[in-house]
Design a protein around this ligand. Structure first.
Ligand code: 6GU
Length: 254
């Protein structure tokens, strides 16, 4: 996979793309990464990428022409990229989106700055993504978040091929629940003991405890995930009790 970014701060990306799992995956040729500077597609002395909004208002907007020129010139070298614009007005990024993007051969991430982008530039976008309901100073951090979530799904990116399967939100094994609690040595720490069953060596009991724990944690911390989680009829009854215990009787109407 080739991942490319277009932004006015291309230097932000390199430390992230060369560290830890991403750095190793890149070295191993599992993905390649290039950060382009939008200013390279300006033609004035000041390399201007922004301008005042028509109709007035706060702040500056990114101009459409440099973005058009840049995306066209980048896209023309090689296979057609899937073009994602990062904006707080985009669709919410989630694990399903990460899985879908992980099948693309080439991704081009366009990162906005200032108060936004001239609406006409979005004609180049295959989709617009946001990473959550808060406002960042630019799309670069969002593009790095998405890159991390996508690259770790590529075959061979994590040492152990199975380790991206049974995690929180994974649409596979855990069925849309948070992951169960995990413990390592020491068995007792600051008065808190590891649940006895995990020391028992009884794998069926351990599996049952983990399933119940995943349901309990999801009811407590992410009750919004319960309606779409894959639960048996008896698990659903148990989950309803737990959601009521943690959040009160009115939760589902809230
Ligand atoms: Cl993609 N961009 C900006 N500027 N802020 C955000 C975001 C993106 N996603 C959440 N907040």
């Amino acid at each position: 996979m080739l991942i490319e970014t277009l932004s006015v701060f291309p230097a932000m990306f390199e430390p992230v793309m060369s560290t830890s799992i991403l750095g190793r995956a890149r070295q191993a040729g599992i993905f390649d990464f290039k950060a382009y500077d939008l200013r390279d597609w300006t033609h004035d002395r000041h390399r201007t990428v922004d301008d005042e909004p028509y109709g007035g208002g706060q702040g500056m907007l990114m101009k459409a022409p440099p973005i058009f020129e840049a995306v066209r010139s980048i896209a023309s070298q090689g296979p057609r990229p899937h073009v994602v614009f990062f904006t707080p007005c985009g669709a919410p990024f989630d694990q399903r989106t990460a899985e879908r993007l992980s099948h693309e051969e080439r991704l081009l991430f366009v990162c906005g700055r200032y108060e936004g982008i001239d609406e006409r530039a979005y004609a180049l976008a295959d989709e617009r993504l946001s990473i959550g309901d808060y406002v960042l100073t630019g799309g670069e951090l969002a593009a790095m978040v998405v890159t991390d979530a996508v690259v770790r799904l590529l075959p061979g990116a994590l040492g152990d091929e199975m380790s991206s399967v049974d995690e929180s939100f994974a649409t596979g094994e855990t069925g849309g629940l948070l992951e169960y609690a995990q413990y390592t040595r020491p068995a007792a720490f600051e008065g808190a003991e590891v649940p006895e069953v995990l020391l028992s060596g009884d794998h069926a009991k351990v599996d049952a405890w983990r399933r119940a724990n995943a349901i309990e944690r999801t009811c407590r911390w992410r009750p919004d995930l319960i309606p779409t989680a894959r639960l048996s009829e008896s698990e659903r009854g148990r989950a309803a009790e737990l959601v009521e215990r943690y959040h009160g009787p009115g939760y589902s109407e809230a």
